[in-house]
Design a protein around this ligand. Structure first.
Ligand SMILES: *Cc1c(COP(=O)(O)O)cnc(C)c1O
Length: 427
């Protein structure tokens, strides 16, 4: 048996049904390639912390200011997580309690805004996230969301002139940067200068790129004067599923954020998850994380080269981060949904994605989105990443040829066997 497999001693005895699902998922993760750019594999240390007895403890409040007794160790753990997060991102204040990225954003909005105030954020079809004011989310009942877009989808450049114009006209209280389907670096200085001009907070949601920032592979928005960063901890940052809010400088704003998280929106913090965040932040402070973050970018570039050579249109013309958004319908005549299904059959997991100004429907859009955080954790280098991109195109072009697809699936399985998911990242 694979030594990296979990034993699940107690669950396997007590609850065959849940155990069966866990075993199945373990096999799925082991034998398939994960290209969803928001997913990753955490270390066993992170999972030990997340599976720890801290789940037993109520710790409403913040370190040294709790509503219940018995907080010696919860305070220790949360303080470690806070101090490590501050160090990683160069922030004066950190709130590590948001249960998820969505919660972090909701708390941030209520800390910075009054009901009815306006937020200027990235157009959702140009890469912005659901929590940045999609009409299906309830946050839009409280605040008014207006948009900026890319000026040119072949370079990914944002239309900063339009952004300034809209900002002057709409007087937003937040200028929100950040994305979940955008592959270029933003001009942070421009965001901050426009926010300053109209008296708005400059906020960036780094959910996708937090690990790249922490590892020094891309620029740190705080170096350009952003007021606040919201994030998840489970994407490139490679921690447990959760949220995080960092405040660069303002104590007044940090206090508002703390209040908004608890008691504003959440009850008791998930102390076991906070312990796992502390462990993950410790890993991200380790020198090996810099190498990891840099390799994520190199691997994405290797995949980009294959798509470029094959003449496949990529939004933004390619990538400067960990992800690629490819117009497979426009370039290969295969819809995003079909591409997702074909690749799933050969052991590659990624997601269909709408592209800017997509002519197709959201449930069957023109694009696919994929990225390199998880395969880089598996220690793929440029050679393997390039091969994966070639196999993807091969599968899409030969999607009617079952023999061909079987051969591709075999090769993917071999790659996975050759590169097992590591237990630990710090030596
Ligand atoms: C993933 C993501 C979120 C939401 O995080 P959840 O933990 O799923 O709630 C928010 N913003 C951006 C930009 C994201 O990519």
């Amino acid at each position: 048996m694979d030594t990296t497999m979990d034993l699940y001693n107690f669950i396997s005895q007590q609850d065959k049904e849940v155990f069966g699902a866990l075993e199945g998922e373990e096999k799925r993760e082991r034998e398939g390639l994960e290209l969803i750019p928001s997913e990753n594999y955490v270390s066993k240390a992170v999972r030990e912390a997340q599976g720890s007895i801290l789940t037993n403890k109520y710790a409403e409040g913040y370190p040294t200011k709790r509503y219940y007794g018995g907080q010696t160790y919860t305070d220790e753990v949360e303080t470690l997580a806070i101090e490590r997060a501050k160090k990683l991102f160069g922030a004066k204040f950190a709130n590590v309690q948001p249960h998820s990225g969505a919660n972090a954003n909701i708390a941030m909005y209520f800390a910075c805004l009054e009901p009815g105030d306006t937020v200027l954020g990235m157009d959702l079809s140009h890469g912005g996230h659901l929590t940045h004011g999609h009409p299906v989310t309830y946050i839009t009942k409280f605040f008014n969301f207006v948009r900026y877009k890319m000026k040119d989808t072949s370079t990914g450049e944002i239309d900063y002139d339009e952004m300034r114009e809209v900002a002057r006209k709409e007087k937003p209280k937040i200028i929100l940067a950040g994305f979940s389907a955008y592959s270029r670096e933003l001009d942070y200085a421009k965001f901050v200068s426009i926010a300053k001009e109209v008296g708005a907070y400059s906020v960036i949601d780094v959910a996708h790129i937090a690990g790249l920032i922490a590892g020094g592979a891309v620029k740190n928005p705080f170096d350009f004067g952003f007021d606040v960063m919201t994030s998840t901890t489970h994407k490139t940052l490679r921690g447990p599923r959760g949220g995080l809010i960092l405040t660069r400088e303002s104590e007044e704003l940090a206090k508002k954020i703390d209040k908004a998280v608890f008691p504003g929106f959440q009850g008791g913090p998930l102390m076991h998850v906070i312990a796992a965040k502390a462990v993950a932040f410790g890993e991200a402070l380790h020198p090996s994380f810099k190498t990891y973050a840099a390799q994520i970018l190199k691997n994405a570039k290797a995949m980009e080269a294959v798509f470029k050579n094959a003449g496949v249109r990529m939004l933004g013309g390619g990538t400067s981060n960990h992800l690629i958004l490819a117009d497979v319908f426009g370039s290969l005549g295969v819809s995003g949904k079909e591409a997702e299904e074909v690749l799933d059959r050969v052991g590659i997991t990624l997601n269909k994605n709408a592209i800017a100004d997509d002519s197709r429907k959201p449930m069957d859009p023109s694009g696919i989105r994929f990225g390199t955080p998880a395969i880089t954790t598996r220690e793929f280098k440029e050679g393997e990443s390039k091969r994966v991109a070639e196999l993807m195109l091969d599968a899409l072009k030969n999607r009617a040829d079952q023999t061909k697809l079987d051969a591709i699936h075999q090769e993917i399985k071999q790659l996975c066997a050759q590169f097992p998911i590591p237990d630990s990242f710090v030596q």
